[in-house]
Design a protein around this ligand. Structure first.
Ligand code: TEU
Length: 581
């Protein structure tokens, strides 16, 4: 035995050397570590409007499969697809009648699997939309629940027996008559935060929660990589149904969202699904305070990994647009709230909003290219995971729908009714709806200049924007200076410059009226982002200027600097990124 000791010691020594890390350990950042969902760029697909292959006028999975190479060419690394489950389509799929079934309009489970495999083969992760604050009123659970007061599914939803009188007022986001609906079958009211065909599930019931986790496991086992939790901040309710003060609905999230129980449910979900399956989850909505948002996403709480709030996207809701000072302020405020902990997404559009170009860039044909490039540069250079909505990579715009007859969206129709019955100026109402409605963001993808923009060979479910002959993928693909090719450059720049993901953000010259300038420092890099949000030229004085060798991105062919007075003169909507010492 004794003889073996030196050998053992030598072995131990060699082992210790071998264990010595070859490369220095990655610098520990202050954001609780690195993760694929932080480094990714997410692309949102509204399946109904992306690409139709069977001529029925609705997009389908095969259409997405046809465009997988296009998705890869964008440099995006995650796809979030809006709901494609069995649904009566009262709210375009946000009313699910079977969480494991696929709406035949989009294809079959085999098509879904082929699409998912095709994404994975290209290094793209898939994020599933989980709509479980409510189901469809045609879901079997609800059909059972409403059938009798003693049905075992009765407690899957919220019921108020009519013999107790009228239930305390609850506001509905889609139904001008409020969130309680009377059902004569059992002489009771049920709760629906959205449309009356979207009854709210009772999250206080552990059986409901288990059903949801089982659904999530079903999809995780199919290989989905993440979940987007729809309207999730409203899932938990105070089922003692207290009276709320009049007008409380103006502060909707505060009164209806983020109850303490929600965090318990999320912890349960994390332990049941998120952690064991190694998936990620992002919540729609982040409460009404920074504390709410942190409570959702701080890693040590083990609830969710990411959330998105509406404060930035809410900045521009009328044709008057927004103020750059507010824009800087809101983004900077959220960044500083998450400087040490937590993670959010960065976006300026989605299926619930009008087009980003009209709201945040400039749709004037003279400016649409540089201004959309500028906004895309911005989104790809902020801290947080950028979410790009389909069509924003080519600058798709709002569609002009001045009269209510053309509207099909349940939200638009509800708002119209509410405006009419409260005696609002309907001309003004229609102007704002035309600018702001979600229909604007749902028009078919503009692939090329052929009939129906190459979206379908049939009649599209929604009118194609007539500007498809100018704004389309095919035309922009050929043009190195297009919005599309700038977008591709930006996804590459983000990947190649980790400071854009993890670096510290600092606002530069906050008071500048036209220019949004900021630095991103970290990962051994110092980057300066300079964005001229004006349709006029503008200049800024800086300590360091862009040069041929430090310039990383420029949406024009030249840069105008004056070394004498250290000023940088920017063209309308010019966007630059350069590195500095
Ligand atoms: O939206 C939830 C939500 O909070 C809405 O108020 C949203 O902000 C509004 O529609 C904006 O116009 C989610 C989905 O994103 C939305 O498409 C669905 O209609 C809604 O849930 C109901 O499922």
């Amino acid at each position: 035995m004794k003889n073996l000791l030196p050998i053992f010691l030598a072995f131990l020594f060699l082992n210790l050397i071998a264990c010595e890390p070859k490369k220095p350990a990655p610098e520990k950042d202050n954001l609780e570590g690195k993760a694929w969902w932080k480094e990714g760029v997410l692309y949102q697909i509204y399946p109904q409007s992306f690409k139709d292959t069977d001529g029925d006028g609705y997009g389908d999975f095969k259409g997405v499969i046809e465009k997988l190479d296009y998705l890869e060419s964008l440099g995006i690394t995650m796809v979030w697809m809006n709901p494609f489950f069995e649904s009566p389509m009262v709210d375009n799929g946000y009313d699910v009648s079977d969480y494991r079934g696929i709406n035949p309009r989009y294809g079959t489970m085999e098509d879904f699997q082929a699409m998912l495999d095709g994404m994975h083969a290209r290094g793209i992760k898939f994020v599933l939309d989980v709509v479980v604050n409510h189901s469809s009123d045609q879901h079997d659970w609800f059909l059972q629940s409403r059938s009798s007061r003693d049905n075992p599914y009765r407690d899957y939803y919220h019921w108020w027996p009519a013999e107790k009188g009228t239930p305390p007022y609850r506001h509905s986001l889609f139904d001008p008559e409020g969130a309680w609906e009377y059902d004569s079958l059992t002489n009771a009211f049920y709760l629906h935060t959205f449309a009356e065909q979207q009854p709210d599930l009772n999250w206080e019931n552990p059986k409901v929660r288990q059903e949801v986790y089982d659904i999530m496991k079903f999809w995780a086992e199919k290989g989905v990589d993440g979940f987007r939790m729809d309207a999730f901040q409203f899932a938990s309710k105070d089922t003692t149904w207290p009276e709320f003060p009049e007008g409380h609905e103006k502060d909707f999230i505060k009164w209806y969202g983020m109850r303490p129980q929600l965090h318990e449910y999320l912890k349960e979900m994390y332990a049941e699904v998120i952690e064991p399956y190694g998936v990620f989850a992002v919540a729609e909505g982040a409460g009404s305070t920074f504390q709410d948002a942190h409570d959702l996403v701080d890693a040590d709480r083990k609830e969710l990994q990411m959330a998105y709030h509406f404060e930035t996207v809410d900045l521009s809701r009328t044709p008057e647009g927004y103020d750059l000072a507010d824009f800087k302020n809101v983004f900077s405020k959220w960044d500083s709230a998450f400087a040490e902990k937590g993670w959010i997404s960065i976006f300026l559009s989605n299926h619930d909003n009008a087009r980003m170009v009209n709201r945040f860039a400039n749709p004037d044909p003279k400016f649409i290219t540089p201004s959309t490039q500028l906004i895309n540069t911005f989104l790809m250079s902020m801290r947080g995971t950028p979410f790009t909505y389909y069509g924003d990579e080519i600058g798709m715009t709002n569609i002009d729908m001045p009269t209510i007859e053309e509207y099909v969206d349940v939200e638009a129709l509800g708002k119209y009714q509410a405006a009419k019955s409260s005696g609002q100026d309907m001309e003004e109402f229609m102007q704002i709806l035309n600018y702001n409605s979600r229909e604007n963001g749902r028009t078919p993808m503009q692939w090329d200049a052929t009939l129906q923009a190459g979206f379908t060979t049939g009649t599209p479910w929604m009118r194609v924007n007539p500007n498809y002959t100018e704004i389309n993928v095919s035309a922009q693909d050929q043009d190195p200076t297009s919005i599309l090719n700038h977008f591709r450059k930006m996804t590459k720049v983000r990947k190649e410059n980790p400071a854009l993901v993890y670096g510290k953000y600092e606002l530069v010259q906050k008071e500048h009226p036209d220019i949004y300038a900021f630095t991103r420092k970290g990962e051994g890099q110092n980057l300066m982002v300079i964005l001229n949000f004006s349709k006029n030229s503008s200049s800024i004085k800086l300590d360091q200027l862009p040069t041929e060798s430090n310039l990383i991105i420029n949406n024009y062919s030249d840069v105008n600097v004056n070394d004498q007075d250290m000023s940088l003169n920017l063209k309308p909507y010019q966007a630059l990124i350069f590195s500095f010492d």
